[in-house]
Design a binder for this molecule. Structure first.
Ligand SMILES: [Fe+2]
Length: 665
């Protein structure tokens, strides 16, 4: 009897491990009874005797990896008997348990677990696995699988794949890379940095280009990986065959899952996730436009809009809080990220020690604890309070962590501090389009100036140097010395007085906010106005969609900005826009900035010479191209619009042929 009991217990323990191995049952937070999934209830209802046949299961969205540590990495896939996403629109409401598996009122039960093995190898043909395991998934988590592959070597390239248990039904082979150990003397690390990938505005060529070039070690995405809109509300994808699903503004859990599934079906999205370890964070549109702690542009917690009737799909009432939790759950299910603190279901801010080279501090300046932002109807008010000491982009808990991370990084002797922010950190005087009454972007750090000043104060008081801020959100490129305006002297010609550099990247595919159909001449005129209106701003480009790469070494950081000549076709081309160097210890861009010449936009004290050399990232060959032939700003039928219908417009000042800005970014 005792032996039998032990055998039953060990079987139960082994089965339980296969559930807990899948981190998605435990995120966003296993410690919150209304947020986590009660694995014991899933186990209780499971019928192991009737598994799916391996031929019924498909790896529907490729493979992904992310959040590299020195000895482990997160691996992700989705293995499902259906392509569609799970329709259980369970939301956090009242005392109803989030995941009650008692009957179908709450969740459509799949009683058969999907069993998946995973293997990691140093070889692409998967010989001699160095790490492996087994995990279950089910409809509860949309058939996603997220596991941590452990016992790996630092800064080592690995290959991995998943397979349906007891079968030869395998996923594609993915490639990933662990991080260097914190004390490793790694010579150089390269990153591709993205933001704002909008599905119906165009193809994610930028994701694919870095994969085709095999030019980096890791990928960062600073947010707006998905957008929440229905087709036509912000972008028209019908002429491109890119209508995001479900074709409605997303509010329910199913909606957010389905939207992630759409974006992850883009071929260059699949290629990038399969080729590199990703380190992503969210911005506003992973939930909704201009989110902050308690609401968003058209849905707040303080008025009638608190509850919105999801009339387009599902017919459910969804409060903002419910909507945010739906978005968070889907994000954790679909992104290859770690949950670094199980007691905090919203925490996505986290850091990585990359050898003695740098610390990577990934902030959440958006969803976690941001004070009220510019919601379009309150711009004057947000302007008035933009320097209020009580306002924070991140909340006091994250702010304290941020400053402590900066100090700890300096104290441990890391050469550089890289800070991932969603919105642009430096001042952006954009009165050219916003007008003089409210000339700044109050949804960015300009709306939280006391928080920005506290950051500068911490950097200067503690002599924390070699700081590189990376940001997105604006759909334009901005390269600035990092200066404490009105507090610390700064020489815009030499860079003296700066405490680092900000590289703010353009969008993968989201449109130019000064007009989707802006000409390059008008765009460059606007850039020229901007670099003269902002003394710390050394290069600015309005025109190109794109991304940038950083190579970080002990002696310098090199930045390479790329423009995508077309997003209305899937093409492997890119234009080299501008290159920058930051020498260690200089705390400013090396002069002459960008070597004195760029291919687009405007360079302070430099020349813009438009190039017609295009790199084919598939072949590595540069070709002379008539860039206009790509129809950069127009769809094949020439009918694409700004896609801003239904969006409120901010005030506009007359500029050099510059239209009013779109307000969504
Ligand atoms: Fe955006």
């Amino acid at each position: 009897m005792k032996l039998q009991a032990a055998a039953v217990l060990s079987f139960a323990a082994a089965a339980s491990a296969k559930w807990t191995n899948n981190l998605n049952y435990r995120s966003p937070s296993e410690h919150h009874p209304f947020m986590g999934i009660a694995i014991h209830k899933v186990v209780r209802r499971t019928n192991y005797a009737t598994p799916f046949n391996a031929s019924q299961l498909n790896f529907t969205h490729g493979v992904a990896s992310g959040d590299p540590y020195e000895d482990s990495v997160i691996l992700w896939t989705r293995c499902s008997p259906v392509y569609d996403d799970d329709k259980s629109n369970i939301t956090v409401t009242g005392t109803v348990p989030l995941y009650s598996h008692e009957h179908n009122e709450y969740v459509s039960v799949s009683a058969a677990p999907v069993c998946v093995n995973w293997q990691v190898s140093t070889s692409p043909n998967m010989t001699t696995p160095v790490s492996q395991g087994t995990a279950y998934t089910s409809s509860d988590i949309d058939y996603t699988i997220k596991v941590e592959a452990t016992k790996l070597q630092p800064f080592t390239q690995y290959y991995y794949r998943f397979g349906v248990c007891n079968s030869t039904n395998y996923s594609p082979v993915g490639r990933t890379k662990t991080a260097p150990g914190p004390n490793d003397d790694t010579a150089a690390v390269s990153l591709a940095i993205y933001s704002c990938s909008n599905y119906n505005f165009g193809f994610f060529n930028a994701f694919g280009n870095a994969a085709r070039k095999n030019s980096v070690d890791y990928v960062l995405h600073l947010g707006d990986f998905i957008y929440e809109y229905a087709e036509g509300a912000y972008g028209w994808g019908w002429s491109l065959g890119r209508i995001p699903q479900p074709n409605a503004e997303i509010r329910t859990l199913y909606d957010y899952r389905k939207r992630h599934a759409t974006y992850r079906a883009d071929l260059d999205s699949i290629l990038s996730f399969q080729s590199f370890a990703w380190i992503p964070v969210w911005d506003d549109h992973e939930v909704g436009d201009n989110t902050y702690r308690d609401g968003m542009a058209d849905q707040n917690n303080t008025e009638d809009s608190f509850i919105q009737y999801d009339i387009e799909y599902g017919g459910e009432y969804v409060s903002f809080d419910q909507r945010k939790m739906n978005a968070v759950r889907a994000y954790f299910e679909w992104m290859p990220i770690r949950q670094v603190e199980m007691d905090d279901n919203l925490r996505i801010w986290r850091s990585f020690s990359i050898g003695t080279l740098f610390d990577l501090i990934m902030l959440d300046t958006r969803q976690y604890d941001r004070s009220i932002t510019d919601l379009y109807w309150n711009t004057d008010y947000i302007h008035q309070i933009s320097n209020d000491a009580g306002r924070s982009m991140m909340g006091s808990r994250q702010e304290n962590w941020f400053y402590n991370q900066l100090s700890a990084s300096q104290e441990r002797g890391a050469t550089w501090r890289l800070i991932g922010s969603q919105t642009v950190f430096s001042r952006q005087n954009e009165s050219i389009v916003y007008g003089n009454q409210d000339p700044l972007d109050y949804d960015a750090w300009d709306g939280y100036q006391a928080n920005r000043n506290r950051t500068f104060q911490h950097l200067y008081q503690n002599n924390i140097t070699n700081n590189i801020v990376m940001s997105g959100d604006s759909h334009m490129s901005w390269v600035s010395d990092l200066i404490w305006l009105d507090e610390h002297p700064y020489d815009e010609n030499t860079g003296a007085g700066s405490v680092g550099v900000e590289f703010a990247g353009s969008a993968v595919s989201s449109p130019c906010p000064y007009g989707q159909n802006i000409t390059q001449v008008s765009a460059n005129n606007a850039s020229n106005w901007l670099v003269h209106a902002n003394k710390e701003l050394q290069w600015q480009d309005v025109y190109y969609r794109g991304y940038y790469e950083l190579t970080i070494s002990k002696t310098q950081v090199n930045a390479r900005f790329y423009g995508i000549p077309s997003i209305v076709q899937r093409l492997p081309y890119e234009v080299s826009l501008a290159n920058f160097t930051v020498m260690a210890g200089a705390n400013a861009l090396q002069r002459p900035v960008a070597g004195g010449i760029v291919a687009s936009g405007a360079l302070k004290n430099g020349t813009t010479r438009m190039m017609n050399m295009t790199n084919n990232t598939l072949t590595g060959q540069y070709i002379v191209t008539d860039l206009q032939s790509f129809g950069y700003n127009q769809g094949p039928n020439g009918t694409r619009t700004n896609g801003t219908s239904g969006q409120p417009q901010q005030s506009s000042a007359s500029g050099p042929g510059v239209p009013a800005p779109t307000t969504t970014s």
